[in-house]
Design a protein around this ligand. Sequence first.
Ligand code: CXF
Ligand code: ZN
Length: 385
Amino acid sequence: MSFGRAIVCHDTHANSGWKMEQVGVRKPGEGELLVEMIATGVCHTDALIGDIPGGAAPIAFYPRVLGHEGSGYVKEVGKGVTVAQPGDPVLLSFAFCNSCAVCNAGHVSNCNDFNSLNFGGPYKDFTLAAKSDSPEAEKVVGGGFFGQSSFASLSIVRQCSVVNAKNLVKNKHELELFAPLGCGIQTGSGTVINAAKAGPSDILLILGLGGVGLSAIMGAKVQGCRMIIGVDRVESRLNMAKELGATHTIDGSKLGDKTLVDAIKEIAEGLGPHIAIDTTGAPPLINAGVASIRNKGRYIQVGSAPFDFKLEFNMFEFMVAGKTVSGAIEGEAYPPEFVPKMIGWYREGKFPVDKLVKFMPASEFEQALKEMHDGTTIKPILRWT
Ligand code: CXF
Ligand code: ZN
């Protein structure tokens, strides 16, 4: 057993259940790697899952270690690991089985086992202990979140969640900077590029300009979309969207007498966008997004809506308009290919991820969560060293 620090969720965040603690980490088994984390991006999904009351759903259990945007160095590998060797730098992403019919068809982000591999468990990876003879060494803490549980200085990572960065990063700083590529940034940009396959003739609407929404703006810029409309209520995020390539922004808090749908259509040639992507999960924005797209338009859900929210629309009008509504997760990316692509665009100056991030010591995770929620920080990255 090795020892490190981890943000252990004993209960929901709302109940003050997240604590930085000393933990024991078991040895890696078959297909697993022991990774010394250097950086972890914070994503809204960590906050979402770590706020579901224990037992309320199969994916809600405590104690556990969350975190799913990690980067670090491999310390040890278990049997059958081929993706990396001890000493290699790695960037971490989501888990997939790579053998079900959906994975075999090339859609690994919609793997049939996505829920169990990413939210499931409890994988018995950690114990609550500072040393092996402590009585806490028997107390199991769940790991394996997205195959990585990267809210830890040391963690067991499943091979499928690993992108070897040996030939991708130049130094430790880059490895830290690229930590969030494997979820939030891939989710936003990949939705535009892989799921929507947006191009130069498209007018694109991005609802919500957090890490995912702003990454969608960067993806739209890479694709050369002719109009990129961003919607948010935080001025600094609207300004950042402009800096990254949004041609128009709408401040949802300053609509006056107009509806959001009217404001969107007014900008989008009176017809509405060809493609709308919601990154907020907020029901009023979802409804506005579906209503605003033009005939033959496509709406893509990316933000996590309330678990009991049901979308309602008039099916006859929907049919006649030829609209499409779909969901997408993780930017429909195959991380071993898409992560190197994002790094390539960054090097070409087309994908300035450095503008979105703020580095903070892992001990300041509470502050990082607060700043992510209020919009002062787009993408907090926790440093473990
Ligand atoms: C998540 C959103 C909820 C479903 C799984 C993927 N994406 C980013 O964190
Ligand atoms: Zn995420």
